[in-house]
Design a protein around this ligand. Structure first.
Ligand SMILES: *Cc1c(COP(=O)(O)O)cnc(C)c1O
Length: 369
């Protein structure tokens, strides 16, 4: 049964993007692995299954609930928790994450306690602050933290990592990556402990990867946006050869009428407490789509039909200018999503999720314009 609104995702395109990233890493001068980051798809079981079926043995997510879903699908898939663990969730972290990214001694202590209680080892990657000002310890404090970690019986210090272009917008450079590689050397020298993983960053590192400028020693990257959107996140450019339309949001038209573009009467606030501003388009053809702010941030959608323009929204209604189109009641309209609107759509219980493939869409005009 057709259930709308829905996110449809194209398995062929997703698999192509994954294979493309594999190939980019294979071509890199020094060995480097990429870990798929599934947070934007909110732990969607079909997508996780698809990635695992292609041979993926390692997935990362920022939510422990999503790591739990991954483990339920494949117990042997390694999981990495991207957001720093909360102290209150330490037990679940040890249960469902094989590796976590950490920056606080108190948290490491708690992970140690829980791992000890459960009789397991927990692996950690210590995040280093290299300019972006989100998570991470200052490099100058690493040796002290390292000494503490090495005393914990159930904590395995796997490596160090950094995350850029998330808060401060700092773009990864060869210099910053060399800094990270040098920190690894220093740890190995001063603490006589070898670090297996140096995790260099997220999709903002792709320009460096494509130019083969990731220095020796950086052997892991964590990729979400580039996998699902074929886009690097340093400059926001589409990556040639990758698909940026893996996902499409579809919803139904529930009213089409010629109406004025300016409301009549005394104007107060709209549904969100804002006094709206209107552009006078005269009498024009308007459509209402059964989709609203409760489903996705509507301003982060783009109608696939370029003649259609989004003019407003409330919690459950999306209002379009459909002048010059043959839009009718019952039509299913498609919208391109960006990272933010996909994140919301995948999280919403009102938005259905449907896997499809390129072939299935061909010849079904109602669904493709
Ligand atoms: C979200 C996240 C990533 C993936 O970022 P993309 O830009 O989607 O590739 C990597 N690492 C951490 C720590 C993250 O939070």
């Amino acid at each position: 049964m057709l259930k709308l609104p829905r996110i449809v995702w194209d398995q062929d395109k997703l698999l192509h993007n994954a294979a493309y990233l594999d190939e980019l890493c294979r071509k890199s001068e020094y060995p480097i692995n990429w870990v798929p980051v599934t947070k934007v798809v909110s732990g969607d079981t079909e997508i996780i299954r698809t990635l695992i079926n292609t041979g993926c043995r390692f997935l990362a997510d920022s939510r422990i609930e999503n790591l739990k879903s991954i483990k339920e699908i494949s117990d042997s898939c390694q999981t990495m928790l991207l957001r720093l663990p909360g102290i209150h969730e330490a037990e679940d972290v040890v249960k469902y994450a094989d590796i976590s990214l950490v920056s606080e001694i108190e948290t490491i202590k708690k992970l140690q306690d829980k791992a000890c209680l459960l009789g397991v080892n927990h692996k950690i990657i210590v995040m280093i602050e290299l300019g972006d000002l989100r998570e991470g310890i200052l490099a100058e404090n690493l040796i002290k933290v390292g000494q503490f970690i090495l005393k914990q019986s159930n904590i395995e210090w796997l490596g160090i990592g950094t995350n850029l272009t998330c808060y401060g917008g700092v773009i990864p450079s060869e210099e910053i990556m060399l800094e990270l590689a040098a920190i690894k050397q220093q740890v190995e020298r001063e603490l006589n402990h070898s670090l297996e993983i140096i995790s260099g960053g997220n999709s903002s590192i792709l320009p460096l990867l494509m130019e083969q400028k990731i220095p020796k020693g950086i052997n892991q990257i964590r990729l979400g946006e580039s996998l699902f959107f074929g886009r690097e996140s340093a400059y926001g450019k589409n990556i040639p050869g990758m698909y940026n339309d893996v996902f499409t949001l579809q919803a139904e038209v529930i009213e089409v009428k010629e109406k004025n573009s300016i409301p009549r009467g005394t104007l107060g606030m709209n549904a969100f407490g804002v006094k709206p501003v209107f552009i006078d388009r005269g009498i024009h053809k308007r459509a209402i789509v059964a989709l609203g702010e409760q489903d996705v941030p509507v301003s982060d959608l783009t109608p696939l039909n370029r003649s259609i323009e989004i003019i407003g929204s409330s919690s459950d209604h999306l209002i379009l200018d459909v002048t010059g189109t043959n839009t009718r009641v019952g039509d299913v309209l498609s919208f391109k999503v960006n990272y933010k609107s996909l994140l919301y759509a995948m999280t919403s219980k009102y938005v259905n999720k449907k896997q499809t493939s390129t072939e299935q869409l061909v010849g079904n005009n109602a669904l493709t314009y």
